[in-house]
Structure formats: structure tokens, C-alpha cells
Design a protein around this ligand. Structure first.
Ligand SMILES: NC(=O)c1ccc[n+]([C@@H]2O[C@H](COP(=O)([O-])OP(=O)(O)OC[C@H]3O[C@@H](n4cnc5c(N)ncnc54)[C@H](O)[C@@H]3O)[C@@H](O)[C@H]2O)c1
Length: 305
């Protein structure tokens, strides 16, 4: 089958495109290679993949013969206050509107990568999908807007969309602005790590291979209109993740304590009952195994540089 993966030069998108190719599918990657982080990393992610440079905020997707679109392109990162908001609007709302409209016209199913950030500081933990969304970052607000756009295109134009709310995805090639990536890099280089908050904030860490499995399972089996959390089974605090990485690497991390960043929630905990029930997905990678894989990846890169 033929699939489009938007954001294919990014962290999750490149893993997804690789997996689909390995399964024998024809994969057309799309990415505008934004400079949110080092473009060289994206070029490295895209090596060996078919990735076309295209800005979805201004250009249309070609969907002839395509069975499904995995829409992962977007502007991530919760530190989204200030003038950068225009980029969040453009790369999330404007780009997704074009993707959804195009897919609706072509009758092509879309799996959209939304975020646990739409919940903000949630009313309930673990958080089921029907919890009231109360995002506390401009990023979360644009992601929630994208979800609503998908729903509007479903209602008005018959779009078949599935929304996946990803919870803190980690693993090799993780975005360099994310905490685990910064920790393994600091450990590998012997550099200090800036910890925002006191480290008691917790996350449903989700290994990237599990995130990829969830997207493919949703494309294959989810009912149209479904909204699912995709989160790792074990919740851990930042301190616990740091302890685990110190153990795995056999090194000690020098911490520089910084105030809590605005837009960062205290806790995320995914209730994944719905996706387990409907499509049979659950996270299977233990946190220690996933952190070990990311540590080895980062340590090898630093050693080779
Ligand atoms: N990594 C996580 O923990 C996480 C959690 C929740 C949701 N998500 C969502 O999953 C998706 C992938 O996240 P990621 O961590 O791999 O991010 P990433 O930044 O590595 O990948 C996103 C890619 O989209 C591309 N892109 C941005 N705007 C574009 C446009 N207008 N046209 C074409 N390409 C464009 C970027 O160049 C980038 O390569 C994002 O939508 C993100 O919001 C990620």
C-alpha cells in the first residue's frame, strides 16, 4: 500500500516511515525541514527515506493512489509563548487545515499526531480521552484546534480522521529540545543539565517504537473519528528518569536547577483503555530498555563526533 508520512524528517515521523518501508509499503515522506532544531539532524533522519521538501502551510499534498496519511508535521514544544506563536499557528493550524481538506476531497484516511498537552493540568489521572481539555501552552491550544478542525472536516466533508494524543515520546533521534535527549547528551559529554522545576514532575514516557505501532494500528483498525491517548505504561518523575540514566550510563549528572518553565504541566498519565480495547494497542517497552537504547544511540554519536 502507499502511505504519506508528513514530518518524515522529524523524530517520530522518520521512525514511522522506516517501519512502513520495512513492512513493504510505498512511503512518500513530506517535510519542510524547519529550523526549529538543527536541520542537519533532520537530513540525517531522512537519509535512506523518500522525503520531498514541501511546506504544508502553503502547498498541497499529492494523494493519487494513496491509502492513508500519517500527519505528524507540525511545530512541537510547549515553550510556545511570545512571538513564536505565529509559527505554531502556521505549522499546526494552517498546515493541518490544508492536509485535512485535501484528504477529505481525496477520500483518504488521516491519522493525526496530537498531544497530551491538550489536557493541561488535567482534572483526572490517569487521564481518559473525555477529560475536559484545558491546555496551558499556546502549543497545546493549536494542537487542540487541529483536533477540532479534523472533527469539522469529518462533519462537513466526510474526512476519516483518527486523533492520537501522544505522551512524551522518547528514544533514538528524539528532538534535541526534549528532556531525555538533553540528559543523555549531557551525560555523554560530561556537561551540566538544566532541570526545570524540582524534578518531581512526572510523565507517561512512551518509547518511539511503541508510538509507531500505535499509529499503524490506528490506521489499520481504528473506527473513523476515534480519539486515543498513546502513552507508555509506566509513569515516572524526571528525577526517576535521571536516576535510571545515571545507572544505565554509569555516570553522574551535574544538575543546574531552573524555575518551572511556563506551559509545562506537573503531571501526565495516559489512560490507554480505549486504544487497547478498540485496536489492541498497548505500550510494551519498559522504561529502562527504552532509556538504554537512547543512551547507547547518544553515546555512540558523541563518541563518533
Ligand atoms: N515527541 C513527542 O513527545 C510528541 C508528543 C506529542 C505530540 N507530538 C507531535 O508529533 C509530531 C511529531 O513530533 P516530533 O517530536 O517527531 O517532532 P519533529 O519536530 O522532530 O518533527 C516534526 C517535523 O515536521 C516538519 N514540519 C513542520 N512544519 C511543517 C510544514 N509546514 N510542512 C512540512 N513539514 C513541516 C518539521 O520540519 C519536522 O521535521 C508533531 O506534530 C508533534 O506535535 C510529539
Amino acid at each position: 500500500m502507499k502511505f504519506v508520512v508528513t514530518g518524515a524528517a522529524g523524530f517520530i515521523g522518520s521512525h514511522l516511515a522506516e517501519r512502513l518501508s520495512a513492512q513493504g509499503h510505498d512511503v512518500a515522506g513530506i517535510d519542510s525541514f524547519t529550523d526549529y532544531y538543527d536541520v542537519a539532524l533532520k537530513e540525517e533522519n531522512a537519509r535512506g527515506l523518500d522525503v520531498q521538501r514541501l511546506d504544508l502551510a502553503v502547498e498541497d499534498l499529492e494523494l493519487d493512489g494513496v491509502h492513508g496519511v500519517f500527519h505528524l508535521a507540525g511545530q512541537p514544544g510547549v515553550r510556545s509563548f511570545g512571538d513564536v506563536f505565529d509559527e505554531y499557528v502556521n505549522r499546526n493550524l494552517v498546515a493541518s487545515r490544508r492536509v485535512f481538506e485535501r484528504a477529505a476531497r481525496a477520500g483518504v484516511r488521516v491519522v493525526f499526531a496530537s498531544s497530551s498537552s491538550i489536557y493541561g493540568d488535567a482534572e483526572r489521572y490517569p487521564t481518559p480521552e473525555d477529560t475536559e481539555p484545558r491546555p496551558i501552552s499556546p502549543y497545546g491550544i493549536t494542537k487542540l484546534g487541529c483536533e477540532q478542525l479534523a472533527r469539522a472536516y469529518a462533519q462537513g466533508f466526510g474526512l476519516e480522521a483518527i486523533v492520537l494524543r501522544y505522551f512524551t515520546v522518547y528514544g533514538p533521534r528524539q528532538r534535541p529540545d526534549m528532556a531525555v535527549a538533553r540528559i543523555v547528551d549531557a551525560l555523554a559529554r560530561g556537561a551540566p543539565f538544566e532541570l526545570y522545576g524540582d524534578g518531581s514532575q512526572s510523565r507517561s514516557f512512551t518509547y518511539v517504537a511503541d508510538a509507531v505501532d500505535g499509529a499503524i494500528a490506528a490506521m489499520e483498525r481504528a473506527p473513523a473519528g476515534a480519539v486515543y491517548n498513546v502513552g507508555g505504561g509506566a509513569e515516572a518523575t524526571m528525577r526517576e528518569a535521571i536516576d535510571a540514566l545515571e545507572r544505565i550510563s554509569g555516570r553522574t549528572l551535574e544538575l543546574l536547577e531552573r524555575p518551572v518553565a511556563k506551559g509545562d504541566v506537573r503531571r501526565t498519565a495516559a489512560d490507554t483503555t480505549a486504544i487497547a480495547r478498540d485496536v489492541g494497542w498497548r505500550a510494551t517497552t519498559p522504561l529502562d530498555d527504552g532509556l538504554q537504547a537512547q543512551w547507547e544511540w547518544a553515546a555512540n554519536r558523541v563518541a563518533a563526533s
